[in-house]
Design a protein around this ligand. Sequence first.
Ligand code: ADP
Length: 394
Amino acid sequence: MKKILVVNAGSSSLKFKLYLMPSEEVLCSGIAERIMHEDAIFQIKINQQSYKEVLPISDHKKAVHLLVDALKKHNIIQSFDEIAAIGHRVVQGGKYYNKSVIFDESVAEKVHSLIDLAPLHNGPNLTGYRAFKEILPNIPNVATFDTAFHRSMAEEDFVFPIPYELTTKYDLYRYGFHGTSHEYLAIEGAKLLGQENLKIITCHIGSGASISAVKNGKCVATSMGLTPLGGIMMGTRTGDIDPSIVYFLCHKLNKDIQEVYDILNKKSGLLGVSGVSNDARDVDKAKAKGNERAILAQRLFIRRIADYIGQYFVRLGGADLIIFSAGIGENSHSFRQNVIKEISSALEIDFNEEINKNSRAITTLLTNPSSKVHVALIPTDEEVMIARDTFRLI
Ligand code: ADP
């Protein structure tokens, strides 16, 4: 048995989970939030018990110190060398990585070179790595990339129809994201049906949302693009739109490209269409009160998802299983019901509405045995995938 620490470093946060591998038992989890603030928060959860402190956390290194001290204080480890390795989530692996790798200086340089493609993520991911490297220099690190699972796509699935010289000069490809989640869902989906060599459509529907087509465990298509802005409509992001809207808005609003880009990323999607909220629950409530824009936002959201599922059904030459996951996919039975309503007759889905209504956040098959295409709810677990890869690599 080995203890593996899984880390997800954001610009002002550091999430962690300590696993015992290979049993996948979670020994503790937690988060340092509001890093660089005087009133930052450090929280650790052990056996359902949560311990929270409000204190200044000057930087990620300080957060790592707090974490390792807390592990000792709560007797989860007696000494640091009990941590066999640290697995880091890295969002953008670019064209370089199609699987997890040992995170060393040469990988750090590559991750740094990709900051342009993922400015909000790769910088903080790297800061997290460097903080651990400095404080625990003898413990090996592993990088798991959100983009790696999608590297199996064919060229016609990841090249955009812009001038090819620009594509290659700036590496402007469809990288896709949430790859660790899509891979996990495809593995768990195959376990659920007790079969291999399946055609699966994985729907990760949270505030960020993406859909992938997976054949025999390999990704053949995914909805997000160069950045997480592409694909289906999301909480605040547009997903795919006619790019001329950007040109038009710059002119009409007399705004520069950055301001319009912010509108597409932060003020669109469920929030922009409904005018109510980016949170699907708030949109649901407004819809129940008859708010027309909330109704439209939800219809648009469902339509985009149904269209992608249809596209991937064709792309895969049929499907054995459609999986719903993440915040909305796992928790909202009405959302799942609404999507299925759009696709069930074409895909010959025999949906069990009763089971769907009573299912939440637990792996469940939502179709009757006679269904041509099955549908399942599977809670995603990106951290355990990182723990598995880290354990395997060391
Ligand atoms: P992310 O990880 O991308 O931030 P999550 O996967 O946590 O997002 O999903 C957040 C979304 O899940 C929010 O829009 C929230 O409204 C939605 N959500 C959570 N619980 C429910 C629920 N019971 N019904 C509908 N939506 C829900």
